[in-house]
Design a protein around this ligand. Structure first.
Ligand code: FMN
Length: 227
């Protein structure tokens, strides 16, 4: 499938039929998530892959009883690092030096840039890490659509309860997002016929034809921009 066709095909699937995703398709989606770019390449998150139905049943009440959680083939939990630590930075620098066959001393500037994160508060770094996780989610959802696998992203759930069920604190993680992966139940999903609602192109994109910058005089009191 071409990408635009795939993105029109995908929708927020509310009911799934429990069918299993073939291993090679799941591998492809997970690999796309692994290849997602992140700031400084740190990938400050871990993705927990759940296929166990009993565990899915435990998670469902934590996420407003959304049915697709137990009807999915796989449930991914995107969890951010709870802290950026010198150990986590060192591990990544080691990885770069190994993969690129570089002496760690030649990564001095990279190290300095990464270590600037250590000056932020834990909460600032957690928010920054969560942003990176959302990007990986988007890439995973796009890859899934190209593989004709349905997805339901969920960020409205009780994070503290999920962290406890999955013992994320002990693993140095905090939950951010869930992603159900599976196949739509065309008979049960009443939202399937809903047309896609997106902001119009001319509202979503502003094309600047000149070097006019945004300044206080071209932002009107409703916050929209007039050029
Ligand atoms: C990051 C993210 C989090 C979302 N969280 C929820 C959620 O907690 N509950 C829910 O019902 N839908 C959730 N959605 C689904 C959106 O409401 C849905 O994607 C959006 O309305 C666009 O519809 P479409 O995906 O069918 O095109 C989420 C979507 C994204 C991208």
């Amino acid at each position: 499938m071409q990408i635009i066709e795939a993105l029109n095909w995908r929708y927020d699937t509310k009911r799934m039929n429990g069918n299993k995703i073939p291993t090679e398709k799941l591998d492809c989606i997970l690999e796309a998530i692994r290849l997602a770019p992140s700031a400084m390449g740190l990938q400050p998150y871990t993705i927990i892959v759940i296929e166990n139905i009993e565990l899915m049943k435990k998670i469902q009440p934590i996420a407003n009883l959304q049915q697709e959680i137990t009807e999915a083939s796989v449930l991914l939990v995107f969890a951010s690092w709870n802290k950026i630590t010198p150990e986590r930075i060192n591990e990544h620098l080691k990885r770069i030096s190994l993969v690129r066959d570089m002496n760690e001393n030649s990564l001095k500037l990279t190290r300095e840039k990464m270590e600037m994160l250590l000056n932020n508060t834990v909460e600032e770094n957690f928010i920054w890490s969560a942003k990176q996780a959302y990007l990986a989610l988007g890439i995973g959802m796009t890859a899934a659509a190209l593989e004709k696998v349905d997805t339901t992203p969920i960020d409205h759930f009780n994070n503290a309860d999920l962290d406890e069920v999955l013992q994320l604190k002990e693993r140095g993680l905090r939950s951010i997002l869930l992603l159900s992966l599976g196949y739509r139940d065309t008979a049960k999903d009443l939202t399937i016929a809903n047309k896609k609602v997106r902001r119009e192109r001319e509202k979503l994109f502003i094309t600047l034809q000149s070097t006019i910058g945004f300044n206080a005089t071209n932002i009107n009191n409703k916050g929209s921009i007039t050029l």
